[in-house]
Design a protein around this ligand. Sequence first.
Ligand SMILES: *[C@@H]1O[C@H](CO)[C@@H](O)[C@H](O)[C@H]1NC(C)=O
Length: 260
Amino acid sequence: MKVLSILVVVGILSLTMADDMSLQVSVIEPDMDLLDVQPENEVDICESHQCVTGEQCVILDSKPTCQCIETCDAPKDERQKICTSSNITYESDCHFYRQKCWCKNSNSKCSDASIVDEKLDYYGECRYIGECTLEEKEVFPARMKQWLNEVLIILDERKDLDPKYVNLVELAEKLKKKNVEKYWTAGVAFEFCQLDKSNDHLIQKEELSTLISSIKALENCIQPFLNECDSNNDDVISDKEWAACLDLSPEDLDLLRKYC
Ligand SMILES: *[C@@H]1O[C@H](CO)[C@@H](O)[C@H](O)[C@H]1NC(C)=O
């Protein structure tokens, strides 16, 4: 049984004045965390039985079998809503993937068969997302760096951080206190390690999807920005490309490589 623990980090960034950036970061965990909870006696047999998202493993005739998720918890937070690629809002990712499962299996609970081809586009209720303007794109990297650094510090405060990053947090706090220009270095390095789940020093498209879907509703420039980070257009972002588009020095790149 694979324990899904995607931590979706949603940043709420607001601009109060043209050059005074006020930033507020909040962290939510989507419902999908709860989905892998199995009835106790079924844990062992289901352990090595993988089900796709939207399904759960149950034992039928002593065999592990994948079935559509039975219950989705009522969302605790508005931000657990999701918007699909067809601009339809669902209560949570659990509700969306369960509905997909029902339709795929021609279950009578399927309410719209076209959901089978839909994707989760972003977290939050569907809304109008304007184009990323040139002006917005220009200030975006600065916001992103600041935001990533806040995420690192907040995850640490919430005790949600892998202990291997302890020194990075210390560095983040030190740089912040010293007020150096590139005070966000640790956060930028940390995010690369977080995204590079396969540990190959490359961020694949799939590895980016959680980051994009969690902040797209608030930051319409995230997708164009990341597209540009992939400067050689090979559909992956290498640690070098990440360093270049987020302004890390060669020493910072070494630091990143030490942690990832
Ligand atoms: C998606 O739905 C929202 C809310 O109903 C609407 O404001 C927005 O314009 C829609 N976006 C698209 C691309 O249709």
